[in-house]
Design a protein around this ligand. Structure first.
Ligand SMILES: CC(C)(COP(=O)(O)OP(=O)(O)OC[C@H]1O[C@@H](n2cnc3c(N)ncnc32)[C@H](O)[C@@H]1OP(=O)(O)O)[C@@H](O)C(=O)NCCC(=O)NCCS
Length: 172
């Protein structure tokens, strides 16, 4: 299994149940989950970790845990998950950063590395992001790594924007 990408400031690694305190705090924060139906409780955060562990096993990728290389501090998650949109399965680039650390460029830095990993390791010709139309910070990150708004869909009862790109269009 190819290890996840690393960046100048961030270490990415597989998450496991030892990360439950950090992930429960991240996914339980109403600021981070503002564009989700509701914050996740601890059992749901555990489910999130177990879902990603299944993805690592079945696909070799998932959302990876982000920490600061400088001091090991927990930052959030970022990575690649299969998602079905209107019957088509694509790989989504996703990211969640602790609210205290927003605005430092961490999501963009991690997302660019995951985009390159999707191109170089998976050879993907299409990468998507599914984003709430009101989630302007997420759309900004998506655009900064090269994703382009493609269309609007109804997914699980809510409107979502589909951003997409060919990762090969991002120069190595
Ligand atoms: C989206 C998210 C991951 C961004 O994390 P981050 O580390 O702060 O992102 P970055 O610092 O790399 O970049 C954020 C960009 O969004 C911009 N931004 C932030 N809030 C914004 C807003 N309300 N409207 C428009 N742009 C906004 C920032 O200015 C920055 O762009 P810039 O570099 O051009 O100034 C973070 O806000 C988050 O965790 N949100 C909750 C989880 C989430 O919604 N994830 C995405 C699900 S689709």
């Amino acid at each position: 299994m190819t290890p996840p990408p690393q960046t100048a400031r961030l270490a990415l690694r597989q998450m496991d149940l030892r990360d439950l305190d950090d992930m429960a705090e991240l996914l339980g924060d109403p600021r981070v989950m503002r564009h989700y139906p509701r914050p996740k409780d601890r059992a749901e955060a555990r489910g999130w970790i177990e879902w990603n562990q299944r993805l690592y096993h079945e696909h070799g990728h998932g959302l990876w845990l982000l920490t600061l290389r400088a001091d090991g501090a927990f930052v959030g998650d970022c990575g690649l998950t299969p998602q079905t949109v209107e019957g088509q399965v694509d790989v989504e680039l996703g990211y969640h950063v602790r609210a205290e650390l927003w605005g430092n460029g961490y999501a963009t830095e991690a997302a660019a590395a995951c985009r390159d990993w999707a191109r170089d390791v998976l050879g993907l010709a299409r990468l998507i992001a599914i984003i709430d139309p009101h989630n302007h910070a997420s759309q900004r990150v998506a655009r900064k790594v090269g994703l382009v708004e493609q269309r609007r869909v109804i997914r699980e009862g809510t409107q979502q924007l589909i951003y997409a790109m060919n990762p090969h269009d991002a120069a190595p």
